[in-house]
Design a protein around this ligand. Structure first.
Ligand code: NI
Length: 181
């Protein structure tokens, strides 16, 4: 099943999401559907709040970058109950977009590496340092679990310049090539 994607302005995107347990109903199917929904929308990440569920689950697909980064050729992963434990001091800028904010793309400064603990889809625990493009996508998706979106990271001046675009999103005035709600 392909889910419609929740757009900026919905309170669902502003809630802090809750951990889940291995007995969460139809978890495997939900993860599969999130991958489907992400692929259909041509995204590289999708967090559960973006399909209307305030649970700590997101999926990441870095394979669109595999041509220049062969190590990402099979980088399709689900992250459950993720918790960022440490961040590198070094940061960089990257032009981000979000399926919940169609039409907006902005440079966002973030740490280049993070240490994160999470469960994979079989509920095996991992605790690893992650860097490169996966670290970038993961931090963006992690924000969604905390009720944040990428525009929250911009300077007040930059955010002010985007005010009309953000207001238009909340009013349903936007174009997206995927189903939204
Ligand atoms: Ni996003």
């Amino acid at each position: 099943m392909i889910y419609p994607i929740v757009i900026y302005g919905s309170p669902i995107l502003r809630n802090v999401s809750e951990d889940i347990t291995p007995d969460y109903p139809d978890l495997k199917k939900l993860i599969e559907d999130m991958f489907l929904t992400m692929r259909e929308a041509e995204g590289v990440g999708l967090a559960a709040p973006q399909i209307g569920k305030n649970i700590r689950l997101f999926v990441v697909d870095c394979t669109p970058w595999a041509e220049e980064n062969p190590e990402l050729a099979d980088y399709r992963r689900a992250f459950i109950n993720a918790e960022i434990l440490e961040e590198s001091e070094e940061t960089d800028l990257f032009n981000e977009g979000c399926l919940s904010l169609p039409g907006l793309h902005e440079n966002v400064r973030r740490p280049i590496a993070i240490r994160m603990r999470w469960m994979d889809e079989d509920f095996n625990e991992h605790d690893e340092w992650i860097d490169g493009l996966p670290a970038r996508v993961i931090q963006h998706e992690y924000d969604h679990l905390e009720g944040e979106v990428f525009t929250d990271h911009l300077s007040p001046l930059r955010r002010n310049l985007l005010k009309n675009k953000l207001t238009n999103l909340t009013k349903g005035k936007y174009r997206a090539h995927y189903r939204t709600k």
